[in-house]
Design a protein around this ligand. Structure first.
Ligand code: ASP
Length: 349
């Protein structure tokens, strides 16, 4: 937290000297990649925001992360090209990232204070406001699949803990031993955090976000959004973040936009980030870019709420906004190839 503030202060000072208008611009606050004229479908994904320093793009991890982002885009694109729905495409794309150890979702998710990976996920359809979510599950291999099943197979919006695991098993979804999710890297991360601060859980901001999310416009003209995460490293047992909360970490409406967020979840919940972005578009006629910046840069940043969103409007226009040094992300459409980026300031290409 202290490091983030110090880094931001330094960048703000440097920006003034460089004649830059806003410190946030140093983090590549907004990018709007071209998705072609009247695309038939568009998919944009993120693999989490975080880090006080831009990631070293030359590492093997960075290159594998890019490969995973491309694979996720291609998985979603194949479904969209064949006329599949946004929910199907989101599930396919996020499953790739949940199965990869390079993101904080599914296998490789962060561990809570008891050393267990507990997952949150949600999905929403823009055409009829249908939504589904699971929270605090420790056995569902692909949380986004379970969230979609809650949306499509029940009258409920959210199931949690053992109830979510039991529902998934009853639905015939893959249910695994909780050890499946634990990687050495995450175990070490938790041990380091405990060593730094033996008596506290992750209530304050830290620098490790890595949630995955997607927003989609399908061939039927419908928007959808979905998000999946392990939450925050060393989180309090029972803590649930913004990711499964409709309107906070995920939202989709054909009337305005689709949004998937990543960052310090307590802030995304308290400021109802995803819904407010869409509300600004719907009721105040703001552009998607202005609405996303209004929440992420102008509202959350001044109160030390760090994070990012990807958002899409009904024409398929994509906006990325981040107030952290990194935002793993990618975009692909019916007329443009898969393009990805890792640093917030890096171009998507
Ligand atoms: N938003 C997530 C949470 O607070 C964390 C993340 O995006 O990495 O649970």
């Amino acid at each position: 937290m202290k490091t983030i503030i110090q880094t931001r202060f330094l960048i703000a000072i440097l920006s003034v000297f460089a004649g830059a208008v806003q410190a946030a611009e140093n983090y590549g606050a907004t990018e709007v990649p071209d998705v072609g004229k009247s695309p038939r479908w568009v998919i944009a994904i993120h693999g989490g925001a975080g880090g006080t320093e831009p990631a070293d793009l030359g590492t093997e991890k960075a290159s594998r992360t890019r490969d995973d982002l491309r694979e996720a885009l291609e998985a979603g694109a194949a479904i969209l090209e064949n006329g599949g729905t946004g929910a199907e495409a989101i599930e396919a794309a996020l499953r790739v990232m949940e199965d990869s150890v390079h993101f904080n979702a599914g296998r490789g998710a962060v561990l809570d204070e008891h050393g267990v990976a507990r997952h949150d996920a949600s999905i929403m359809r823009g055409e009829d406001y249908a939504a589904g979510a699971i929270a605090g599950s420790s056995r569902i291999r692909n949380p986004i699949t379970a969230a979609r099943a809650v949306m499509e197979q029940t009258q409920n919006v959210m199931l949690h803990g053992g109830g979510a695991d039991w529902f998934a098993a009853k639905q015939g979804l893959d249910v695994v031993n909780p050890l499946y999710f634990i990687t050495e890297e995450r175990r070490n991360q938790l041990l380091e955090k405990r060593a730094e601060n033996p008596d506290t859980v992750a209530d304050a901001a830290d620098s490790y976000f890595g949630t995955v999310g997607a927003v989609v416009l399908d061939k039927h003209g419908n928007l959808a959004a979905g998000t999946s995460t392990g939450g925050r490293s060393n989180k309090r047992f029972g803590r649930i973040g913004d990711t499964p909360v409709i309107g906070a970490g995920t939202y989709a409406s054909n009337q305005s936009c689709a949004v998937s967020g990543t960052g310090h979840g307590e802030y995304f919940m308290r400021w109802t980030v995803a819904r407010d972005i869409c509300a600004l578009v719907e009721f105040k006629d703001e552009s998607l870019k202005d609405a996303a910046e209004a929440l992420i840069v102008q509202t959350l940043l001044p109160v030390d709420g760090y994070g990012a969103v990807i958002a899409m409007d009904p024409s398929g226009k994509v906006v990325f906004v981040s107030t952290t040094a990194n935002l793993k992300r990618g975009v692909m459409s019916s007329s443009t190839p898969a393009r990805v980026a890792i640093n917030a300031a890096e171009e998507v290409n």
